[in-house]
Design a protein around this ligand. Structure first.
Ligand code: GKR
Ligand code: MG
Length: 430
């Protein structure tokens, strides 16, 4: 079997004005849908970061991809992957734009589409191609954001969650999300409001949902070491017992210091990262410094589904936990994440997903949005990823993309436009 065509679809999807330490989400998020066709009539699909740069990187790899056997992924990986490097400060890169994993991102989108083809060729789901499932359903967590009022997109989109800029509103947002999706773990994106308000938010979430629902908070490096320790101490009970503190401050050195100070006071809350740990040497460095106890995998930038499996195994060997990171995405990405989550025995926490922030109106998967059962995606017993494209919906996504003026995520620009004309990402902010 040979790859005969590579089709790239740049699309835009509505995204509400979510806040993080990066700034404010623009009304549209950008994605690229990758379709690979073969000379035997089988095709595969994947979803990756959007805009000009990811598309140009895929275009540049076109000659390496066309004519290849989609089963021969190992050789393609050795040609396309990033050289692993250690010792870099990755604090300032938005996930999806880190130059250290640029080729891994490109390879991942090809690998996932090829695994979809392989699954179809042998009549088995992708998680079986990966070695079989450790679980039948992939658990996801409620991913709460502080947000401004508005649905994103244009006037035709409905704002489901309203404005969420205090603890009470965050509890309301969470209740709504849990009622709809059944999530059993909760993540709050922090680094947005004064840490005391974020501490109060976590406490109110605990009061509302009880100790059986683990809580995690992720300020994307917005805090100093001192503030991180203060938050860790204030939320010792709430984040302990199954939760974690994610990227509280910048760098492995900073997180190592936070860990040391928390442990010194008998506080064993684990630290997690998707900012300081994005490649294999980072895992070792993080473990050596005891800076990170949980690594957030992500097939989109770790280099695909098999690299996530290797990562999960490495973490198991090193005694570290594994969770999964997410950015704005549709159903193709969700299914790829679900298949690999099902095929990783060492997945110790429910995965993140932005999926609740996207809408039915923009879904490009035939049959509409993927359903959750009790916060989990059930792995379909269908060949490949188990999703096919709705080409009318895809065409609408492309039309939206053509109409909007930007080709790159810029949350800072949105802040300057709507919140504060002088806003800059400052780290640490608190
Ligand atoms: O969408 O604003 C966001 C998030 O902050 C995202 O960019 C991060 O990649 O969700 C992510 C995280 O866990 O760091
Ligand atoms: Mg994070």
């Amino acid at each position: 079997m040979k790859i005969s065509a590579l089709k790239l679809h740049s699309i835009a999807i509505a995204d509400p004005p979510l806040r993080s330490s990066y700034g404010r989400h623009a009304p549209w998020a950008l994605r690229t849908i990758v379709e690979i066709e073969t000379d035997e009539g089988l095709s595969g699909v994947s979803e990756t970061y959007g805009g000009d740069a990811p598309r140009a990187a895929l275009e540049a790899a076109r000659d390496q991809i066309l004519g290849r056997d989609p089963f021969q992924l190992a050789s393609l990986h050795s040609q396309m992957r990033n050289e692993t490097q250690s010792g870099h400060d990755q604090t300032w890169f938005v996930p999806g734009e880190n130059p250290l994993d640029q080729q891994n991102r490109t390879f991942a989108s090809i690998e996932i589409a090829c695994l979809d083809i392989i699954g179809k060729a042998i009549g088995r789901p992708v998680c079986d191609v990966l070695g079989g499932r450790a679980r039948d359903r992939a658990p996801f967590s409620a991913y709460l954001f502080y947000k401004h009022g508005g649905a994103g997109g244009d006037a035709t989109y409905r704002d489901e969650y309203g404005e969420v800029l205090d603890a009470r509103a965050a509890v309301r947002e969470c209740r709504q999300m849990i009622d709809q999706y059944g999530f059993r773990e909760i993540k709050l994106k922090g680094g947005v409001l004064d840490p005391d308000i974020e501490i109060d938010t976590i406490r109110q979430l605990r009061a509302e949902f009880g100790p059986k629902v683990p809580l995690r908070i992720d300020p994307n490096c917005a805090w100093s070491v001192e503030t991180s320790v203060k938050v860790g101490e204030s939320l010792r009970e709430e984040l302990g017992g199954g939760g974690y503190l994610e990227d509280p401050c910048a760098t492995l050195a900073g997180m190592g210091e936070v860990r040391k100070r928390l442990l010194a006071s008998g506080n064993d809350t684990p630290l997690a990262s998707n900012v300081a740990v994005t490649q294999f040497p980072d895992v070792i460095a993080a473990r050596d410094r005891d800076a990170v106890q949980i690594v957030l995998s992500d097939p989109h930038y770790w280099g695909g589904l098999r690299q996530v499996q290797y990562l999960s195994h490495l973490c198991e060997v090193l005694g570290m936990g594994v969770s999964m990171h997410s950015n704005s995405h549709l159903g193709v990405s969700l299914m790829a994440m679900a298949h690999v989550a099902a095929a990783c025995p060492n997945l110790t926490y429910a995965c993140d997903t932005h999926y609740p922030w996207q809408t039915e109106k923009d879904e490009i998967v035939a049959g509409g949005r993927i359903r959750f059962e009790e916060g989990a995606v059930v792995i379909p017993n269908k060949p490949g990823l188990g999703v096919t494209l709705d080409y009318d919906q895809l065409a609408r996504g492309r039309e939206r993309y053509e109409k909007i003026p930007f080709r790159k995520r810029d949350d800072e620009a949105e802040m300057r436009k709507y919140v504060d004309p002088n806003w800059k990402r400052i780290l640490p902010r608190w």
